[in-house]
Design a binder for this molecule. Structure first.
Ligand SMILES: CC(C)(COP(=O)(O)OP(=O)(O)OC[C@H]1O[C@@H](n2cnc3c(N)ncnc32)[C@H](O)[C@@H]1OP(=O)(O)O)[C@@H](O)C(=O)NCCC(=O)NCCS
Length: 388
């Protein structure tokens, strides 16, 4: 066992030497893509409030806006849609790879590996020109839904469903997940989920993507790294944990005792708290309302009712609001999406934000290389192995 080493007395170990734990509050980039105002609870994509986009836009339009900076006109949108549809098919080798994975492979592990593998089949994977990076961004946005749907089908023992070209991005995604064309409500619900999760500033996975892109590595590497970051339960993995929690609680009556017990153990409430928002997460408002509606439509509002009770109990207990992941859990459950796929659905949306940030990073690149404050052993002499 190694003996604990006293910190170097001459070093400055004061807290102000460290800019901020976890870089919280540190401004690490200028961006024109998204503004997250944590105090006012505002989320703005390229100048447009998320509430307007959620109620008036579509995923395709929003993706174009995030990539290009402006909403598309009719011709631009038609061309963008054509390209998205064109890229819906994935290489058969990628599907064969997914078929070859052990049955219990976590969906995000399968997604991360499949996206990484896709680079090998993209003839412009290593082309770092702005035009090529834009084309790859469209290709990845389209392919992600096909890969995610294939992972879902294969994990259920079913064959992947080939994409259709006559459906919207959200409608085709639902079609490939379930094998049947979705109702107008289900298509709209998925469209909204995709819009709301598409971008959120310099969150952990987007920062990871920018760090990778800033080394002038390729877009696929940046996205593969971002998927790895999103997988963690403190980030995109939270929604899967929320569903487990709701099932564990099981009834509205059990909510308060359950919350008290977690609080007593100083446990974490998944789907609550946020690194930026001090007030209600503006995305949660829309997901909550949709969850309420789909709960009624499916004739089983139990998970929604438990969610409402839990939101109140956690807020009373730790003064934290719910975040985007909380109501997305019951909502996706009502849409027939299994809990272990939630983070993959998140990734199929956030791919847009990741790509937009990579495009922005490489357009004015500076390698991202922060410093660390060394608090380890003082300089010392090497000891021969027999003397340690
Ligand atoms: C999102 C999150 C990582 C933000 O962390 P943060 O920036 O450190 O947030 P805060 O500064 O407000 O947290 C300070 C303290 O509040 C408490 N706290 C914050 N969120 C909490 C939660 N969901 N449950 C219980 N306590 C919480 C903790 O004591 C935390 O300290 P810790 O990180 O050392 O445990 C955190 O709120 C969290 O872990 N939430 C649950 C996971 C989740 O829903 N993630 C999805 C985010 S969209």
């Amino acid at each position: 066992m190694t003996a604990a080493v006293a910190p170097d007395a001459d070093k400055d170990h004061s807290a102000d030497k460290i800019a901020a734990r976890g870089l919280k509050g540190v401004v690490a980039a200028d961006t024109t893509i998204c503004d997250v105002d944590g105090e006012l609870g505002k989320l703005i994509y390229r100048g447009y409030n998320i509430h307007e986009l959620a109620t008036q836009s579509t995923f395709e339009e929003t993706a174009y806006l995030l990539f290009k900076g402006e909403l598309p006109n009719d011709a631009q949108l038609a061309d963008f849609n054509r390209q998205l549809v064109h890229h819906r098919q994935v290489e058969p080798q990628v599907l064969d790879f997914l078929r070859s994975l052990p049955k219990d492979t976590p969906p995000m592990t399968a997604l991360r590996s499949a996206v990484s593998m896709s680079a090998a089949y993209d003839p412009i994977a290593e082309d770092e020109s702005p035009a090529a990076n834009f084309e790859k961004s469209i290709r990845l946005t389209a392919e992600m839904t096909t890969i995610v749907a294939a992972i879902r089908r294969l994990s259920a023992g079913l064959e992947p469903v080939a994409p259709r070209s006559d459906l919207s991005h959200a409608g085709n995604f639902m079609y490939m997940l379930n094998g049947t064309a979705p109702s107008a409500d289900a298509e709209k619900a998925m469209d909204l989920i995709l819009i709301l999760h598409a971008e959120h500033g310099l969150n952990a996975s987007t920062f990871a993507a920018r760090v990778i892109a800033a080394t002038l590595s390729d877009l696929y590497s940046a996205i593969t790294g971002a998927i790895g970051a999103l997988k963690g339960p403190l980030h995109g993995g939270a929604n899967t944990e929320v569903l487990k929690t709701l099932f564990e609680i099981g009834s509205v009556e059990n909510v308060v005792p359950w919350v008290d017990a977690v609080r007593a153990k100083k446990g974490k409430f998944m789907g609550f708290g946020h690194a930026v928002y001090q007030v209600e997460d503006p995305r949660a408002v829309h997901l909550k309302e949709l969850s309420r509606r789909l709960g009624i439509e499916t004739g089983d509002s139990k998970l929604y009712d438990i969610s409402i009770a839990m939101e109140q109990a956690v807020k009373a207990s730790i003064k934290k609001n719910c975040n985007v992941d909380f109501y997305s859990a019951s909502l996706q459950h009502y849409m027939g999406i299994p809990g272990d796929m939630f983070t993959c659905v998140f990734a199929a949306s956030r791919i847009v934000g990741w790509c937009a940030h990579v495009l922005e990073q490489v357009s004015d690149n500076k390698i991202i290389r922060p410093s660390s404050n060394y608090i380890g052993a003082p300089e010392r002499n090497y000891k021969a192995i027999g003397t340690r």
